[in-house]
Design a protein around this ligand. Structure first.
Ligand SMILES: [Zn+2]
Length: 312
């Protein structure tokens, strides 16, 4: 649907590596996270292979599990009253998600609530099938609900055609709302911009006698070709992104994950076979840096659009 090519990514990576002198360890990881964050939902070749690639399910922390593929992240939050599943990946990812859930000792049919982070087909295409198979309810923010229900047709950026199987939304979520299931309390955060109804979710996980503030973040990445000021992709998109960066910078985060594994440095933080350790995904600095990097990129685009508008 769009044509951002791998060459652009590799050029950016090359430039950054040369500029940064290819530093080791955590700095390197952060650099990779920042680069990956820029490339979210780059809907074609660069990331496509990684989108369809399976990946083992694993425990992130406490009752939060990653059950998606190599890059398209899907999260399972378990409770004794059934589970919550966030995102799906592509349409043919459903079997892999089911197997990942099973490998962790849970069952897809025990999913009670389906959530999404952004109504883009690479994260929503399996929702209709999973809803049908499990009888789970689909809950979403009002603005993403519209897109989920029309299969992406009314998406202001990628719309005009149906890009995934429409899914009925049973309940509308609002900013600050707390979803309760069993003893789970999951807070909804509207973080719009990437889509009009993009959302993150947060909870506190008790593990080894400690409390960890965990966020499943939807990052404010700006898809290629999106316009912020000049004939904006949708009315208010610039303000939406700005509010998202502001809100995310104000969050206190111990552990974070995001809609793409590459965005939160999944493959640097965890490799298949690695035993569970609650500290694996602790990365407050990485979250802050990732948000700031996106905000910088946003400011650059705003500036460029202003200059172009003034010169007209
Ligand atoms: Zn997206």
């Amino acid at each position: 649907m769009m044509s951002v090519q791998g060459s652009v990514l590799s050029r950016v990576v090359r430039e950054q590596l040369v500029k940064g002198g290819y530093v080791q360890g955590k700095t390197c990881l952060r650099l990779l996270i920042i680069l990956a964050v820029f490339c979210c939902t780059m809907p074609v070749s660069a990331a496509r292979d990684d989108w369809a690639r399976p990946f083992p399910g694993h425990r992130v922390i406490g009752n939060l599990y990653a059950v998606g593929g190599y890059d398209l992240a899907v999260f399972l939050i378990t409770t004794d009253q059934g589970h919550i599943l966030i995102n799906t990946g592509l349409e043919d990812s459903v079997q892999m998600i089911r197997e990942n859930i099973r490998s962790l000792g849970y069952r897809m049919q025990d999913v009670r609530i389906l959530l999404s982070q952004q109504a883009h087909w690479d994260h929503t295409a399996g929702l209709a099938e999973i809803k049908k198979a499990t009888g789970a309810q689909m809950w979403a923010t009002q603005k993403d609900a519209r897109i989920l229900e029309d299969g992406g047709f009314s998406d202001p950026h990628f719309g005009g055609q149906v890009s995934f199987k429409p899914v009925g939304v049973d309940r509308t979520l609002t900013d600050g709302e707390v979803i309760s299931l069993g003893d789970l309390r999951l807070t909804v955060h509207e973080h719009p911009g990437h889509t009009e109804g993009s959302s993150s979710y947060s909870m506190v996980v008790h593990e080894n006698g400690k409390d960890y503030r965990v966020v499943i973040a939807n990052m404010g990445t700006i898809n290629q070709g999106k316009k912020l000021l000049q004939e904006p992709t949708y009315k208010g998109v610039a303000e939406d992104f700005a509010s998202t960066y502001r809100k995310q910078k104000a969050m206190t985060v111990d552990v974070w994950v995001a809609a793409h594994g590459s965005q939160y440095g999944l493959h640097k933080k965890w490799q298949p076979g690695q035993p569970y350790d609650p500290s694996t995904f602790i990365d407050p600095e990485g979250f802050k840096m990732a948000v700031e990097a996106l905000e910088k990129r946003y400011a650059k685009q705003i500036k460029a659009e202003r200059i172009s508008m003034e010169s007209r």
